[in-house]
Design a protein around this ligand. Structure first.
Ligand code: ATP
Length: 311
């Protein structure tokens, strides 16, 4: 156990995620939707370092475009640190430095990873040592994807996406990700989905209010079989994301023409995730898409959730 103030700084790392399956339920009276998600944590990491300070501040750098990330109290890392301080009765603050590798507003949960890493790092820095269940409760308050960034691996999320149950997974999947030079706002993509459903006879085929994850997805993940998983990749937010950004359809097409087993928009996009058969297939696809002047990174999954790094 760590006593408050005994560490000068703490470094925590948390992964981005791909939604390999995402079904959106009917619009509920409170304006939200229930979802059924199969999450996979992938090897694109956010590094968060926290130092003791009287107040709260954040600085952001990284390998992705970070100009859209706020550096005031609306940054989710500051919200996470403040929430933990309030809940644990800690009276000082933290200076937070983030190195981002997950594309901003890319549908890969970069902000959620920052929040999860900040919770862990501040908990260690301040010696507040909250039980895991309480940290998960705070994560849930911060956002639907934050609990998964803490747990990592492969998991099924229901409710708002934050009711997690781990899924058995074997082996490693090889992903090639095309990062867009624009972001998509998650609420805007959901609003487009609702408009689309209104236009298309939802009274005849209404969306299931409590959607579930297809059992074939779970089987494919359990078998570690990329061909099987490729058959089951699915995202209800893909059509509305393409409607808002038609260029995404061309990217999906190009990846599939160049050897991807399948492609899917991750979360609310605009990152497009292509599944490759193996490492060689992923490398070839990466070269082909880079030659088409796309911003491409490779990642594997599943990987661990947020954890403290010993520098
Ligand atoms: P999700 O898939 O969880 O909905 P996302 O991956 O599409 O999210 P994020 O990169 O997490 O998107 O951020 C979405 C928005 O949140 C950004 O456009 C930005 O304005 C704001 N934001 C607040 N804090 C952060 C942060 N630490 N990193 C990135 N964006 C942040």
């Amino acid at each position: 156990m760590t006593s408050a103030g005994s560490l000068a700084a703490v470094h925590a790392r948390a992964p981005g995620k791909i939604n390999v399956f995402l079904k959106v339920g009917a619009l509920l009276d409170d304006g939200y939707h229930d979802v059924a998600i199969a999450y996979q944590a992938v090897s694109l990491y956010e590094d968060v370092r926290v130092h003791h300070a009287d107040d709260f501040s954040v600085e952001v750098a990284g390998t992705v475009e970070v100009s859209r990330v706020p550096t005031n109290g609306s940054n989710i890392a500051i919200k996470a640190a403040r929430l933990l301080a309030r809940k644990a009765g800690y009276r000082a603050g933290a200076r937070i430095s983030i190195t981002k590798r997950v594309p901003v507003a890319g549908g890969m949960g970069g902000g959620s990873a920052d929040a999860a890493a900040t919770l862990l790092a501040c908990d260690a820095l301040w010696g507040t040592d909250l039980p895991r269940e309480e940290l998960l409760g705070l994560a849930r308050e911060l956002g639907a994807d934050v609990p998964f960034a803490l747990t990592g691996g492969t998991a099924i999320g229901t409710g708002r996406g934050d009711q997690l149950s781990p899924a058995l997974a074997k082996g490693n999947f090889q992903w090639v990700l095309v990062l867009a030079d624009f972001g998509l706002s998650t609420p805007a993509v959901y609003a487009e989905l609702d408009r689309h459903r209104d236009r298309h006879a939802q009274d005849i085929f209404p969306a299931d209010p409590t959607p579930t994850v297809d059992t074939n997805v779970l089987q494919a993940i359990r078998a570690g079989d990329p061909h099987m998983l490729a058959e089951t990749l699915h995202n209800d937010l893909q059509a509305p994301a393409i409607h808002l950004q038609p260029s995404l359809a061309e990217i999906l097409e190009l990846g599939e023409q160049n050897g991807a087993l399948a492609g899917v928009i991750s979360g609310s996009g605009p990152t497009v995730a292509f599944l490759a058969a193996d490492l060689d297939g992923a490398l070839e696809l990466q070269i082909a898409l880079s030659a088409a002047r796309m911003n491409v990174v490779r990642a594997t999954g599943p990987v661990h959730g947020a954890r403290i790094m010993q520098d």
